[in-house]
Design a protein around this ligand. Sequence first.
Ligand SMILES: [Zn+2]
Length: 321
Amino acid sequence: MSCSYLVAFKRIHLIIDALAEITNVSETGSPGAAGSLERSMEMGLEILEDMGMRHPWKGHVEPFRMIGNLYFVGTVPASSHLIDTGGGLLLLDTGLPQSVYLILEGIRRLGFDPSDIRWIVHSHGHYDHLGGTRAIAELTGARTYIGRPDAPLASGEQDLTWARELGAQFYEAFEPDVLIDDGDVLHFGNTNMECLLTPGHSLGTLTMFWNIEGADRPLTAAMHGGTGQNTLAADWLRSHGMPLSIRDEFRAGLRRVRDRHVDVVVGNHVGHNGTLEKAALLKRNPAANPFVDPTEWKRFLLDTERSLDEMLAREGTPGIS
Ligand SMILES: [Zn+2]
């Protein structure tokens, strides 16, 4: 494990702990609970801001090849992945606007030309996943893709990007070129990406499945584009005029995709698939690639559903299961 990985690894645990605190809030409505929520959010956001906004370089991760034509080019606050499709580069999520330079430099250090980015696909429409899009799309001319229900977030029409919650203002609005509907299969060079709408974390959250090329055998990658429960908490939904039934849609989405065969789980935050731990293992022993684990996808989604249940139990607002 290199020094930068170690630093990043320690920091992500701080973030995960802090964000777990954010979601571990009860829905009693008592002033104590509200105070606890505020304190937890302050703590989590302070760390996130420090890592990704005020000092983006502290969230730097050395870019690396995960497997075949799939590369990690993101940061600790938000993952970004690069796919070399043979017919141009596909960038999956662009991170916070402050870390665009890290992504572009990471792509260059991997031996690619950032101007070859032809497509930008977003896992969902939150600030830490699309904040860098406007700059990168303007630099490269890349076409931008997003789940249709999240288009008003990208364009700034709906103030639901979570930018304010991260202590920022969303100055980087853009009009997405392509709006993705449930079941769409997108073709990018040698890569076919099947997209399913799995709403919950945002209404336009996508789960994507695609073929990995360049490995020693055919492999399927998948990303669930939003498993965080910050936007599923009862108080957040109510304060944004959204129905609690979104939690049932989230659960249905998890169940809909969990039995699919997936060889490589791709996370849009490093904690989702143990990105940094696996990167360190891979560096030590490139012959046994830890990113290939056909059991991980289902386990990850079952764990996510379990933590949803825990949140609902804490709130005392159980959803339909
Ligand atoms: Zn999000």
